[in-house]
Design a protein around this ligand. Structure first.
Ligand code: ZN
Length: 682
């Protein structure tokens, strides 16, 4: 760190600490003085040499210079983060933390510089939007650099615990999440082994993260509320959606989707009972969380073989096809690249092939969670993925490359606009081609399937749609609930002693699943999901799952592709590609409603809002089939939403007076019974 940076930071901290010390005195008089002193000091420290500027031309010059510096800072930070995530050591962590602080300093300084411009006097919408973005720097606006450093340290420590965790199946076998534990949960059909892997992962990850999370929450809230702009960190996360009604809007969407999920849930529950035995299923109607093929029960594709609607109908095993056809990891990426270039979008630049990390290295610890990186210099874009030769990974390759395509589409915009129209758009873009890619039509085109279900092959069609639902519909409640938990924590509604209880309230209520082994507030199961220790907002995935069906429908319509939505493949259709690109190229230069309108305009789904109608249209034949099937077997839809089996609520753990009374009565009765028996026997 340079001397100047250090000095600036020390000055900032000193000013801040002085203010806080005065703030903490009890006297009201002192408090008034302290406000005055702090206010003056902050004024002197920030705007002393910065008179208010009204000139639009000066703003343009400032923004040009900002753009260059910000892109460079972003590049430096990304390099440091990349070094850490591809080689977890104390040194790389320290280096990343240092750059994170430098970036915070930079953002802080520039936010102050931008505040010199009087926005009320700037008529150009674009310039005022850019200036507002410079000023909206989140926690970096917090002047206490010691605490900012602590936030960064905590995040680093939590992701490090998560990435290095080894879940123990027994006293001798302890395995990493990827690939081992993920494989067991995906492929094992042994209830006890699944339970061990599920519990082992949570003991090794969440439980060790638990002690760090409350401080992380409180520091983030302290930092984000400092300026008085946001109520708490959740409020700040939601502000990316530029809508005051966002929270209610997503709730309404979720409620509209509930019938689809409940029908899927009831059907899958019946089929899993056939395999594991009805005794594993509580009378409340919940499904054990660890038998759905995924560590978080968020994607059920891996249990397709157990629950397929028409199991006798030959199904294709894409993973087997990849192995049989001698696919390599690189070829998986080439196949994805081919899809995007076939619709007229971009090829991967040469630095992508040179610098990406596509295979898990053997000699060092890395963050395996797949991600796509923009180094902000218009040339360097990378993917980091511990790629394996499976169908799931082939889809992830398309997903991550979808992010890169978005980066490439908006790379020439001002730095501040190089992001999705909202965070959900980026995830939606990452998924949209997989809706085409997974159609039997497309699988046949690229030789991974030898025949496609014909026009009248309802069984084949239902099997296909069902498999899609195991991934896209099964995810919806999980995508919705992760941030319901986090927002509640940031709001202070859920205190640290109830973190896990709230998590399971939501899991049991929305997903209709329950923990396979006893859980209590001594556990921290949210910490066993990457995005919680990683500090990555999650509602974007829910938004993306809704939006991607809207876009898929729009693209199929503009491309004039006939047939039902679930069989539409936009491969090689450059009209669809151009329409998609029109939206991507906007980045975040306009509010996201305009980007939504850009892609849906002129189609029957034209809108500037989120809508679940296209998703429900896509799954319509399956919804009808599930309803009929559930009726046939007298399945009761849903589950007891007030009950969460296996979660030990605190009053039972600590022994409430009522429980103690019952225990006392039972003990007395048993003693009297024993005496009576011994009298009779004698
Ligand atoms: Zn993604």
């Amino acid at each position: 760190m340079s001397k100047i940076t250090r000095m600036l930071r020390l000055t900032r901290s000193a000013i801040f600490l002085l203010g806080i010390r005065i703030y903490n005195t009890d006297s009201a008089k002192m408090s008034m003085w302290s406000h005055l002193i702090l206010g003056t000091l902050l004024l002197v420290s920030t705007s002393w040499s910065q008179p208010l500027v009204l000139d639009e031309a000066a703003a343009i010059t400032y923004l040009e210079e900002y753009d260059r510096l910000a892109a460079d800072m972003s590049y430096q930070y990304a390099e440091a983060a990349w070094k850490y995530e591809t080689n977890i050591t104390e040194e790389t962590l320290a280096n990343m933390t240092e750059w994170s602080l430098k970036r915070s300093d930079f953002n802080y300084r520039e936010a102050k510089n931008a505040s010199r411009f009087d926005l009320s006097k700037i008529n150009n919408q674009n310039i005022s939007r850019l200036l507002r973005k410079v000023m909206d720097i989140g926690t970096a606006a917090f002047p206490d650099t010691v605490k900012l450093e602590k936030i960064s340290d905590l995040e680093g420590e939590m992701t490090s615990i998560y990435s290095r965790a080894r879940g123990c199946l027994n006293t001798t076998t302890c395995l990493p999440l990827e690939p081992d534990l993920v494989d067991i949960i995906a492929n094992s059909r042994n209830y006890a082994e699944l339970t061990a892997a599920w519990k082992g992962w949570r003991d090794a990850s969440g439980r060790n993260i638990k002690k760090l999370y409350p401080e992380y929450v409180s520091l983030l809230n302290e930092a984000i509320t400092f300026e008085g702009k946001y109520k708490d960190m959740g409020d700040y996360y939601r502000s990316s959606y530029e809508s005051p009604t966002f929270e209610n809007d997503v709730k309404a969407l979720f409620l509209e989707l509930a019938p689809l999920y409940e029908n899927l849930h009831a059907y899958v529950r019946r089929r899993l009972k056939e395999h594991y035995g009805a005794d594993k299923f509580p009378s409340t109607g919940h499904i054990p969380a660890h038998i759905l093929g995924n560590m978080w029960a968020q994607d059920w594709t891996n249990i397709y073989d157990l629950v397929a609607p028409y199991p006798d109908k030959r199904t294709v095993d894409i993973t087997k096809a990849l192995i049989d056809q001698n696919y390599t990891i690189i070829r998986m990426y080439k196949v994805a690249e081919d899809f995007f270039s076939s619709i007229g979008l971009y090829k991967m630049p040469h630095l992508f092939w040179e610098k990406s990390l596509l295979v898990k290295p053997v000699n060092r610890e890395v963050v395996c969670h797949a991600s796509a990186w923009d180094f902000s210099n218009k040339r360097d874009f990378r993917i980091k993925q511990c790629t394996a030769l499976t169908e799931e990974h082939l889809l992830t390759v398309h997903h991550e490359m979808g992010h890169i395509i978005y980066y490439l589409a908006y790379k020439d915009l001002p730095y501040l606009y190089r992001e999705g129209a909202n965070p959900g758009f980026h995830e939606g873009m990452a998924d949209i081609v997989t809706l085409s890619f997974q159609t039997p039509e497309h699988m046949k085109k690229i030789g991974l399937l030898d025949a496609i279900p014909g026009q009248n092959d309802t069984e084949g069609d239902i099997n296909f749609l069902f498999r899609m639902a195991l991934s896209k519909a099964a995810f919806l409640p999980f995508g919705y609930l992760v941030d319901q938990w986090r927002w509640s924590v940031f709001r202070g509604e859920t205190k640290p002693e109830r973190y896990n209880e709230k998590w399971w309230d939501l899991r049991c209520d929305f997903q209709g699943i329950y923990p396979p082994v006893e859980r209590s507030n001594a556990d921290f199961d949210p910490g066993a999901k990457y995005h919680i220790p990683g500090g990555t907002p999650y509602i974007s995935y829910f938004v993306s799952f809704v939006a991607q069906f809207q876009w898929h429908k729009a693209l199929c319509k503009v491309a004039n592709i006939a047939g039902p939505l679930h069989r539409c493949d936009i491969y090689s259709n450059t009209i669809a590609g151009a329409r998609l690109n029109d939206m991507l190229k906007m980045g975040s230069s306009r509010p996201w409603g305009e980007a939504m309108l850009k892609i849906t305009s002129g189609t029957s789904g034209q809108t500037d809002k989120l809508s679940v109608a296209p998703l429900l249209e896509y799954f319509d034949p399956l919804i009808k089939w599930l309803q009929e099937n559930n009726k046939k077997y007298n399945e009761i839809l849903g589950w007891d939403k007030k009950n969460c089996p296996n979660f030990l609520s605190p009053h039972i753990l600590s022994g409430s007076p009522r429980v103690q009374n019952i225990t006392f009565i039972l003990t007395m009765m048993s003693a009297l019974f024993s005496i009576a028996i011994s009298i009779i026997e004698n």
